[in-house]
Design a protein around this ligand. Structure first.
Ligand code: AMP
Length: 277
């Protein structure tokens, strides 16, 4: 397994290439969710192809005052996990490798990013699109794998690839969960014991909603809010029912309706989603 931290080394490596490369972009603190994406990447790369994992805590996608500084960075554990999973290349750039101090060009999506997570984090998807563009240019992957847990992110990346003509196939991977249903996230480790005990209410509520006969999106969303709010430490950021493809609000529950939620437990913001019907 090669570990590369500068653009110059990457160029040398690339010119030696020619193999199918599948990239898994991450911010590190790797968990079983990331592992499932790495395995999916291997399936798509084939045994002769190359699985690359990028590990970069991207300052551009954090809001001012968010958890950028305290975001976990367990470098040795991440390396070990990648080695165990047969990853061929880790690209773990130094912060000053990725952004010039006076950088003035960014990639911005102007429709899909306005709602859901974009509403409370206006700069977030600009940071994501910019860093993913840079990673695609630097690593030149044939395909890249993203998690369905971050559904809006996956939808925006697909749109970016379509609208900006990237030759990268985008693959979505299913959400991996704790036994009690909580979606794995590098941020779960911030939860206090009591918050952690209450957090599975999110998945329980989504599952219950997916079985409901309610046809009105407004009524179903209200029921979801009420149930999540029964957890004393939960503070809802949003509960939205949207069309799976364009993320526009659904009025009625359709086969392609997605229920997406973001809930704070203390300072930790957890997201999850489920396709209804
Ligand atoms: P992150 O390191 O949190 O930026 O996530 C890197 C990638 O892993 C993103 O494509 C996420 O959607 C994906 N991911 C995060 N959590 C999970 C999970 N529980 N199951 C599957 N994929 C995940």
């Amino acid at each position: 397994m090669k570990i590369i931290s500068t653009k110059a080394e990457l160029r040398v490596k690339q010119s030696a290439g020619g193999k199918r490369r599948v990239l898994v972009p991450t911010m590190g603190a790797l968990h079983a969710g990331h592992v499932s994406l790495i395995r999916l990447a291997r399936e798509h790369a084939g045994r002769d192809g190359e699985v690359a994992v990028s590990i970069f805590v991207n300052p551009l996608q954090f809001e001012p005052g968010a958890d950028f500084a305290r975001y976990p960075r367990p470098e040795a554990a991440d390396e070990e996990l990648c080695r165990q999973e047969g990853v061929d290349l880790i690209f773990r750039p130094l912060p000053n490798e990725m952004y010039f101090e006076d950088c003035s060009i960014f990639v911005e999506e102007t429709g899909l990013s306005e709602r859901l997570c974009g509403a409370s984090r206006p700069e977030h998807f600009r940071g994501v699109c910019t860093v993913v563009t840079k990673l695609f240019h630097l690593l030149a992957p044939d395909a890249a794998v993203f998690g369905e847990k971050d559904f809006q992110q996956l939808t925006i990346i697909r749109r970016m690839v379509r609208d900006l003509n990237f030759s990268v196939e985008i693959i979505g991977g299913p959400t991996v969960r704790e036994p009690d249903g909580l979606a794995l996230s590098s941020r779960n480790q911030y939860l206090s014991e009591e918050e952690r005990a209450q957090a599975p209410i999110i998945r329980e509520t989504l599952l219950e909603a997916s079985k409901s006969d309610e046809n009105s999106a407004r009524k179903l969303a209200a029921t979801v809010r009420e149930k999540i709010e029964t957890a004393s430490l939960a503070r809802i950021d949003y509960v939205e029912i949207v069309d799976l493809d364009n993320l526009q609000p659904s009025l009625t529950i359709e086969p392609r309706s997605l229920l997406a939620v973001a809930v704070f437990f203390g300072k930790t913001r957890l997201i999850d989603n489920i396709v209804l019907r």
